[in-house]
Design a binder for this molecule. Sequence first.
Ligand code: HEM
Length: 460
Amino acid sequence: MSTPPLPPPGCPAHGLGPYGVQRLYGADAERDPMALYEKLRAEHGTVAPVLVHGDLPAWLVLGHSENLEAARNPSRFARDPRFWRAAQEGTVVPEEHALGPLVTWWPVINFNDGPVFERLRGAVLESLQRFDRRGIRRYVMRFANQLIDDFVLNGRADLVTEFSSQLPMLVMTQLIGAPEEHGPRLVRAVPDMLEGSESALESDQYVTGMLHQLVEIKKAERGHDLTSWLLDHPAELTDIEVLAHVRVVLVAAYATTANLIANTLRMVLTDPRFRANLSGGRMTLPDALEQVLWDQPPINTVLGRWATADTVLGGQEIKRGDMVLLSLAAGNVDPEIRPDLSQPVHGNRSHLAFSAGTHECPGQDIGRAIADTGIEMLLARLPDIELTVEDSELRRRGTLMSQQLVELPVAFTPKRPGAAAPVADSAPGPMPSSVSATAAQTAPPARPRRPWLARLLRRR
Ligand code: HEM
């Protein structure tokens, strides 16, 4: 794409920028990204020209197979932002751009390809694969119980602030081997540094300082954790590489998993398709998670890839150095692969939520395990849980990359803290009598347990 020197003014009313190209940022674009993707698909097909912050041109990949083509061909579409022509020509200084952290090169896995990448990726992937699902479930159960205990007596909660946004980081603190007391602070600091708030710099310094300490602690004494396994990996990462990759993992794991938990809870509580399927006895919680990964992937657009040479994708002529955005959310609803979106996707994992190719998410099993176990725990302890507002009233906020629920207010029968429901490694059974008895002594008459919820928990 060539950008003329004096672009005509855009049309703010329609989210259009110079030459009528669609802006992918700003209130208009962020209000309803799915509708915007469909408009772009209708106008341009599977790959559409768009503008990112600063009205810089990019391509948005909307087709399922085109997303796979771009993600699976790093020699044509690099992950390395140093290919960005706008930066090479000096039109933009990546560090100073609104998308700075996403377009500024760093010597870490998510900004590299080729041998440098393969060495780092091997270390991260193999270290993450050393966690066993049972161990992760134990951490999740412990922290999910702690969080539920904090609000269970109230009979009401906001599941976004009090549950989904806290659980992943508390679990990740354990997985990286950080001292327990850092958990609550990390829950605040990681999102804070990503959101660019006034205290972002301070939070960034705290996270970096904590990780420095962590690497030193683990160098002195290894543990059963990611930091230790990265230090011991045959790829011989330097201390700085270990620190940088523990940080990459924390950042990559946090908002994605929080988003998946919130969206799945919302769907389980509101979507008639789930109730219909559940009452038919066919839908399990893992099925529900998978449906959300199709319909509301936690990252809706990956920024980005950069064309390494002139090429064609989806019939569009892409020039060397163009920015290419992978719209995973649009690819997941591509009519070519899902002509009828109301059809459930039972057992079909060919969605793009974890992307594909060499950079496909290496933490997906961990993310799934945190979401699955956390939600199972919550539903088992609060079986009569209900949303207190209409689904249509739930607010979301979003960026080019993702949309998050702002709140998920619920009500349930109050219970005494500590009355944990059993969530075994095998299928959960009925509440043990001691637990039920404790709850019965303290709680007002229970709201009726939902049959579909009971079935959801039984059928695992
Ligand atoms: C369940 C929610 C999650 C979703 C939907 C998700 C999705 C993604 C996506 C779309 C990417 C970008 C891939 C690309 O550039 O094409 C990614 C990268 C990554 N994710 Fe996840 N992720 C999740 C959870 C996690 C967790 C729990 C971890 C760590 C324990 C993790 C670690 C990473 C890392 C390290 C990368 C960079 C990989 C690379 O560039 O090679 N993610 N993830």
